[in-house]
Design a protein around this ligand. Structure first.
Ligand SMILES: NC(=O)c1ccc[n+]([C@@H]2O[C@H](COP(=O)([O-])OP(=O)(O)OC[C@H]3O[C@@H](n4cnc5c(N)ncnc54)[C@H](OP(=O)(O)O)[C@@H]3O)[C@@H](O)[C@H]2O)c1
Length: 266
């Protein structure tokens, strides 16, 4: 039986991925900050719920040590994360550290904890949820981009050293997902000097079409099972459209396109 380990499995994409892999006959180790959040999950003897806060380096180490002593793990899905918008000038030190600790250092620490186990096994796969925000830049999202672009660059570099050990690493970059992300997993930094442009941005972004999390979970399943030597999986029509636009227009042309699309007074 194949086993996947998931972070941030309490809701949204993490939960949809847990459910899909269970349906496909996998064992699922679903980790979450509050295991009580899983009380409505479908029951299965192949479902193991464990507490894990990805900002807690000690808890990551202990959890990975204990569970790899008991279970065979094939895929690690680094999914936990949250968003933040607003001009950098308004971001507090707490917001800055929390975003980097959760979105960037969390996946890096979880991956680091699993590497010795996968190295001894001679196989294993890491998949990390990044974002369209890991491939293109939106206004007023610089900190989130720092983490998601960071994860894309980190994964690309990691692929070289891991491949030598028989281990793979992939990213899944979703566009907008129809989860409760904006209400439950979002932080804001506001400053009056930028508010007019923030309002423009939020108005222009409001027409976004959101993909169901089940559809993005299918891309995670594809990445986990297709056996391809492929680093990046673009998930959702909006991601594909924007990334292709970037390639078509080049960096500076795309920057102008985004300015017109999201900050114009239309
Ligand atoms: N929704 C979108 O439009 C969108 C687009 C592109 C990428 N993404 C990415 O997709 C991933 C999942 O987001 P989602 O849309 O499914 O939103 P979500 O339903 O709000 O899920 C976010 C998950 O991350 C968990 N989390 C946050 N901080 C954590 C921490 N310190 N330790 C462990 N878990 C933590 C949350 O746990 P709690 O229940 O404890 O809060 C929750 O399970 C994120 O990485 C996000 O950046 C989302």
């Amino acid at each position: 039986m194949k086993t996947i380990f998931i972070t941030g499995a309490s809701s949204g994409l993490g939960k949809a991925t847990a459910m899909l892999f269970l349906t496909q006959g996998w064992r699922v180790i679903a980790t979450m900050r509050d295991p009580g959040a899983a009380k409505e999950f479908q029951r299965s003897e192949r479902l193991i719920i464990l507490p894990l806060d990805v900002t807690d380096a000690e808890q990551i180490k202990l959890t990975v040590e204990q569970l790899t002593a008991e279970f065979d793990v094939d895929v690690v899905f680094n999914n936990a994360g949250y968003g933040i918008s607003g001009p950098l000038e308004a971001v507090t030190e707490f917001q800055l550290q929390r975003q980097i600790e959760t979105n960037l250092l969390g996946p890096i620490r979880v991956t680091q904890a699993f590497i010795p186990y996968f190295r001894k096994k001679g196989s294993g796969l890491f998949i990390t949820t990044t974002s369209v925000g890991g491939l293109v830049g939106f206004p007023f999202s610089s900190l989130y981009h720092a983490t998601k672009w960071g994860l894309e660059g980190w994964s690309e570099s990691m692929s070289f050293e891991l491949r030598k050990l028989g281990i793979s690493i992939k990213t899944v970059a979703p566009g907008a997902i129809q989860t409760d992300f904006i209400n439950r997993s979002y932080d804001w930094a506001l400053h009056p000097a930028y508010q007019h442009w923030m309002d423009r941005f939020t108005a222009n972004v409001s027409g976004t079409v959101f993909a169901p999390p089940e559809k993005i979970a299918q891309v995670v399943f594809e990445a986990a099972t297709d056996g391809k030597n492929q680093l990046r999986y673009l998930a959702g029509d909006d991601t594909k459209m924007l990334y292709n636009k970037r390639l078509e227009l080049g960096n500076d042309g795309f920057n102008k396109f985004m300015e017109a699309a999201f900050l114009s007074d239309k």
